[in-house]
Design a protein around this ligand. Structure first.
Ligand code: PLP
Length: 396
């Protein structure tokens, strides 16, 4: 390291001093209810693998088949090397599943946000965004040359004020953006009221459904389906890396929107698509959700069982509307220590989440419940929480 980068050492030390340094564990096997970490089997409460599809035999077989048939790489960006039939099959399957005209796939959900926001608004336009929106929305907003207004979390009255301001200031187009499910608290956006407010001011509505699809709505069809808002939401962003178990992102909406993104979505034009085995796995996942609600139902019943046990032990679980279970602890160092003891003493892998991902003083351990967990797993997990909670004086 040269002296020019010496500041990094100080910055990293500052993170460690504040309890904000991320320790990244190495996983030595597939994702599932249990993981192998440092040669030891632990109960997994960390991943977004809501339905247990990340290592599902049907997805693995589909990926293998695609590998044999289409090879490993997409060759180049789709506008140059041509689009593989698998990508268009996935886009049609997703459109049917979501109940929209069309979808377009991207390399990830993060990239989908970077693609769609600057394609819809620019100079003279206004973006109105929830203060707790995901980092990829924040970055997509930064890439657009539109003016920005932020509203307090889920505060529709404040959103309406910003909409009125934007119109009074002579905005050309207005785009309101919200996460569907907020991943740190597990609460839902009041999308029905957001759409009503946006309609009053002729503003477009975009929702990022990354933690909603495969979880909320009929059979996991997402937040638009949950609220019965089909045809009233202009843009839905999704990911294939959470409930769908694989990797990739997409945008869902009208034929016009999707056609426009094929022309103006910069990550579509200038970055290669995900590989054939990835796409085949995604396609298999959509097929599984389309055919049965079994996994989604199990996810919700697992979450209800776990939350009931944790509440009876005296934990504060915040205000989640979904299987995301934040165990509220407050102080950053306490959350780190709690997570360390869970892993080292109780073989439970549950990550502490603290500033800047959540506000200072609102540190927590976020438990991600999955359909892959057995009843025994849930009991073992809650028992381990109770034991560490007593040691640290969090619960009686
Ligand atoms: C996880 C997440 C993303 C990113 O999805 P990837 O496919 O992992 O890039 C985008 N938006 C929200 C709201 C998310 O929770």
């Amino acid at each position: 390291m040269t002296d020019k980068t010496a500041f990094i050492r100080d910055e990293v030390q500052a993170l460690k001093d504040q309890g904000l340094y991320n320790t990244i564990r190495t996983i030595e096997g597939p994702q599932g209810a249990h993981l192998t970490v440092d040669g030891r089997e632990v109960l997994n409460f960390c991943s977004n693998n809501y339905l247990g599809l990340a290592n599902d035999a049907r997805l693995v077989e589909a990926a293998k088949g695609a590998l044999a048939r289409y090879g490993v790489g997409p060759g180049a960006v789709r506008t140059i090397a041509g689009t593989m039939i698998l990508h268009t099959e996935l886009e049609s399957a997703l459109a049917r599943f979501k109940g929209v005209d069309a979808t377009i796939s991207f390399q990830s959900g993060f990239v989908a946000n970077l693609a769609v926001i600057p394609a819809l608004v620019g100079a003279g336009d206004v973006i109105i965004s929830d203060e707790l929106n995901h980092a990829s929305i924040v970055d997509g907003v930064r890439l657009a040359k539109a003016a920005r207004k932020i509203y307090p979390h889920n505060d529709v009255a404040a959103l309406r004020e910003r909409l009125a301001e934007a119109r009074a200031e002579g905005a050309n187009r207005i785009l309101t953006i919200t996460d569907g499910v907020f991943s740190m608290d597990g609460d839902l956006a009041p999308l029905d009221r957001i759409v009503d407010a946006a309609d009053e001011f002729d503003a477009m509505v975009m929702v990022d459904d990354a933690h909603g699809e495969g979880v909320v709505g009929r059979g996991g069809r997402g937040i638009v389906d949950h609220f019965g808002l089909h045809g009233r939401v202009d843009v839905e962003v999704g990911t294939m890396s959470k409930a769908f178990g694989a990797v990739g992102g997409y945008v869902a909406g009208s034929n016009e929107l999707i056609e426009w993104l094929r022309q103006r979505g910069r990550p579509f034009l200038f970055s290669s698509a995900v590989t054939p085995p990835d796409v085949a796995a995604c396609l298999a996942a959509v097929g599984i959700l389309d055919a049965s609600t079994e996994l989604v139902d199990r996810l919700w019943s697992n979450a209800a069982v776990f939350k009931a046990m944790m509440t009876s032990y005296g934990f504060d679980l915040g205000s989640s509307d979904t299987p995301i279970t934040p165990v509220m602890l407050g102080e950053e160092h306490l959350a780190r220590e709690f997570s360390r003891r869970l892993l080292e003493d109780r073989a439970v892998f549950a990550q502490a989440i603290s500033f800047p991902t959540v506000p200072r003083g609102k540190a927590r351990i976020r438990v991600m419940i999955s359909a892959a967990h057995s009843e025994r797993d849930l009991e073992d997990g809650a028992t381990a929480f109770a034991a560490v909670g007593r040691e640290l004086g969090v619960v009686p």
